[in-house]
Design a protein around this ligand. Structure first.
Ligand SMILES: Nc1ncnc2c1ncn2[C@@H]1O[C@H](COP(=O)(O)OP(=O)(O)OP(=O)(O)O)[C@@H](O)[C@H]1O
Ligand SMILES: [Mg+2]
Length: 196
């Protein structure tokens, strides 16, 4: 299965999502994370610590891909329309992370619009959702659902353990923190939805 993670807006959790979905898929079969971002965030992450799956840049990935059952592709922000269409056509599943704020939601709607006419299986993932009593997550879900868009039932909460994980170079389930398991469960549920 080839899973691509893409969004128009920067900082919405693309790399964090790609990395944790790769962690989840690796529990099922050998998984390769392709760092398609020039900022090389996933590769940096793996160089700082250790990740339970293989990470490669786009060039290395060409020869490695056939050795892996699952491939997750992290992409840079703001893909041009033709790049986006190429990404979408080249995968089995497109995950579009978005934060629940108006700017990110507008960028997500624009992206979905540009995908019209492209045969792609995609779903929107709400990420960095602020805690109760903030209602941004629920409101964003209502906005997306009322637009008839496919969205993961599970949302990823905004938890600082994700930043600690990035610093330590491990997935959240490898961090000693009271919130580590809550954070990890979010991506496990998303992974299950994706495979179901
Ligand atoms: N659920 C979360 N809770 C808290 N912090 C998060 C969460 N997800 C991501 N972050 C943090 O938010 C920042 C942006 O996340 P990330 O790098 O995954 O986004 P991105 O979309 O890949 O960004 P870019 O556009 O720069 O590639 C990082 O510092 C990351 O650690
Ligand atoms: Mg990134």
């Amino acid at each position: 299965m080839i899973v691509t993670v893409a969004a128009f807006k920067g900082g919405v959790g693309k790399s964090t999502t790609a990395l944790h979905l790769a962690t989840y898929l690796q529990t099922k079969a050998d998984t390769l994370l392709v760092d398609g971002d020039l900022n090389r965030s996933a590769l940096d992450w793996s160089n700082r610590g250790s990740l339970p799956f293989k990470v490669a840049d786009e060039e290395e990935a060409i020869s490695l891909a056939k050795l892996y059952e699952h491939i997750v592709i992290d992409t840079p922000s703001r893909p041009k329309t033709d790049e986006l269409k190429k990404l979408a056509r080249g995968c089995d599943f497109l995950v579009i992370p978005t934060t629940p704020d108006a700017i990110a939601l507008a960028a997500t709607l624009k992206m979905v619009n540009e995908l019209q006419g492209v045969r792609v299986n995609y779903r929107i993932l709400l990420t960095l959702v602020p805690p109760y009593p903030n209602k941004a997550g629920e409101e964003a879900r209502e906005t997306l659902e009322s637009a008839g868009l496919p969205i993961f039932k599970t949302a990823i909460r905004r938890l600082t353990v994700f930043q600690h994980a990035a610093l330590e170079g491990v997935p959240v389930n490898g961090v000693k923190d009271a919130y580590a398991q809550i954070a990890w469960r979010g991506y496990v549920e998303v992974g299950k939805e994706m495979l179901s």
